[in-house]
Ligand binder design. Sequence first.
Ligand code: UDP
Ligand code: MG
Length: 325
Amino acid sequence: MDDKKPVLYLVLPCYNESETIEYSSGKVRDKLNRLIEMGTISPFSKAMFVDDGSKDDTLSKLHELSASDPMFAVVALSSNRGHQNAIMAGMMVAKDHADIVVTIDADLQQDIEALDEFIARFREGNDVVYGIRNDRKSDGPLKKMTASCFYGLMHMMGADIMTNHADYRLMSKKALEMLSEYEETNLFLRGLIPTMGFNSDVVYFDVKEREYGRSKYTARKMLSLAFDGITSMSIRPLQIISLIGFIIFLISIALGIFTLVEYFKGNNIPGYTTSIFVSLLMGGVTLVSLGVMGEYIGKIYMETKHRPRYMIDSVVIKGTENEEK
Ligand code: UDP
Ligand code: MG
């Protein structure tokens, strides 16, 4: 790394974050200004908010913000495409202006003070730096439980993701250019980025409670992230189905032989319970298997359409390095 100060773009996805913006933008501005003063990053660095089709006045607040200070850039998506797509949109716009991009949640639950360390790891030659949370003190019992089920399930299903890494992450321009080549519609960045094989390191940080507004990750969104994570990273569920099918096949041979023997011995078994049990079990197994296969077929269907992951409605970036040149 030469001693040119890197241009940092902080990407913050926002979905109905009206209550948080004032607080977060203030903290972000302070932090970026301090980093600029210290000479750690270029004065052309920016905080880029991505409005993920919010239904409240998030977007107009963001536009006010960028009108008042060129440090703030705004990317507006035309509809709600979810956290992963919002981050992707922000990173793809940012990579054309920045040397490094860091994604962080707009509620700033993730500790923004860790930025210095992210940049230090980048200067040491890492193209990707993952933020790993220290503990889960600030989470409620439900979130704790769902999180540990999530990571447990992911590992069991063969998707090797980093435990306790959410999407607080630094990526260099080079890594982002590479990421832009991935065209999958079902985006699961946490699983995808480690497979790219860039030099990487980790930074540990503390997670705080949300100061303003409520969590935008509904149970449904969380479940769909977990599903996407598993089905986009691994085909193990399909293999498990085959295994179950095979085991049931073996059991049915044994059962078949047993019934035949009993029949020829002249024993009339009153097998009502058994047959009800077997048919219910088989019905259940068949339906679950169909469902899992359906998930994958659905994924294939969505991928074959090659639809864009997000639609950008507008981009506001003021005072970039290229303009000044
Ligand atoms: N988010 C988003 N689109 C969505 C849901 C969430 O851009 O459809 C953003 C949200 O505004 C926040 C980040 O993703 O900046 C993380 O969401 P949240 O803080 O609600 O999740 P939690 O911290 O509770 O897991
Ligand atoms: Mg949050």
